[in-house]
Write a protein that binds this ligand. Structure first.
Ligand code: DAH
Length: 361
């Protein structure tokens, strides 16, 4: 018994001295392992008298339990020390500035952005979307819109002609405006009509306010009673929604378009004196749209009874609207493909100024 007690003390003092997991494991193997000291003692117990066997056997089992427990305690302790040391060493200073990776996010082009905004406004006014081809025929681009072959307005359009000839429908060309979609859409359906049609238009023209390719947005309303008052309301409602400004100054000027009668041009007040264009200020007027009451000849060309139906139409320069709203002075920069420009004027997909957020009712 004396002997077992001293073995116990000896092992415990070894356990106390062990200062790492490995040393502790070695002690476990040499004392408690299959070939360890305690197993060896147990083997010898077999040769003792039954009384001794009982007594010594039970004290060895007790010893085994004590040592197992001591080793477990020490292991927990070592683990705790290890974690504490790590925590101290690997402390994170949350006050340090974050290392943000430079991300090369794409940007939404102002023209796409403005197109979404315009579609949203006209969508909420009950307009549908219509579409037409960029490569048009003389017929749809001019004749059906009351611009016959000899009409001087043809020269005003600086048209890009293509070599293909379509017989009765005339030469192919890059459409000079989105107005051909009026006829194409009316031909296919029955009144009433209420749609917008955004898209590319082309003219051989290039300066600070003109590019050979640009975007227009056509609008058409045809029913039995659409009138000039509706048109005025529509233009003003659209412009104040788009610019999110009820005070916006809109000027309607009498004008001439072959496909409308009467015709008018739509200007908005702006300030062009500084490096950015400012809308609703200053003393300059910028033309943003043409409009008018649909000419009966256009309705006739679309197989619509012009005695029964009437309507109004408008055509906005989409790029001009983008310029005005987002302060872009030179139209040509919109299509120069300069990534630095896009970084500056473009919109992050998750940070788009939506009308729902900005619109003043
Ligand atoms: N198509 C015209 C242009 O080329 C714009 C326009 C004017 C469209 C009057 C219309 C309109 O629908 O009614 O500039």
């Amino acid at each position: 018994m004396e002997n077992i007690k001293s073995i116990e003390n000896e092992i415990i003092s070894k356990i106390e001295k062990a200062d790492n997991e490995r040393a502790l494991e070695e002690i476990r193997i040499s004392e408690l392992g299959k070939k360890g000291r305690i197993s060896n003692i147990l083997k010898k117990v077999g040769s003792l008298s039954p009384a001794e066997r009982k007594e010594i056997g039970s004290s060895i089992n007790t010893l085994k339990k004590i040592i197992t427990e001591k080793i477990r305690e020490k292991r927990d302790y070592l683990l705790k020390i290890e974690i504490d040391t790590k925590l101290i060493k690997e402390k994170i200073d949350v006050t340090l500035p974050a290392q943000i990776k430079q991300q090369n996010n794409g940007r939404i082009h102002p023209v796409s952005q403005v197109l979404d905004e315009i579609s949203e406004i006209f969508g909420s006014l009950g307009y549908e979307l219509a579409d037409g081809p960029d490569i048009e025929s003389e017929y749809y681009n001019f004749n059906a819109l009351n611009i016959p072959d000899s009409h001087p307005a043809r020269q005003m359009h600086d048209t890009f002609y293509l070599s293909k000839n379509n017989g009765k429908k005339g030469q192919s060309l890059l459409r000079t405006h989105t107005s051909p979609v009026q006829v194409r859409t009316m031909e296919k359906g029955k009144p009433p009509f209420k749609f917008i049609s955004p898209g590319r238009s082309y003219r051989a023209d290039s300066d600070q306010t003109h590019t050979p390719m640009f975007h227009m947005i056509e609008g058409l309303v045809v029913d039995e009673e659409a009138n000039l008052g509706h048109l005025k309301w529509t233009l003003e409602t659209f412009l104040s929604s788009f610019f999110e400004n009820n005070e916006i100054k809109v000027r309607l000027r009498p004008s001439y378009f072959p496909f409308t009668e009467p015709s008018l041009e739509v200007d908005v007040l702006c300030d062009r004196s500084g490096s950015t264009l400012k809308i609703g200020e200053g003393s300059d007027w910028l033309e943003v749209a043409g409009a008018g009451m649909v000419h009966p000849n256009v309705l006739k060309a679309s197989n619509i009874d012009s005695k029964k139906y009437q309507g109004f139409a408008f055509g906005f320069g989409l790029d001009r609207l983008a310029q005005l709203k987002y302060g872009i002075p030179d139209l040509r920069t919109l299509f120069s493909g300069d990534i630095r420009w896009l970084k500056h004027y473009g919109f992050l997909a998750l940070d788009i100024p939506t009308l729902a957020r900005g619109l003043k009712k």
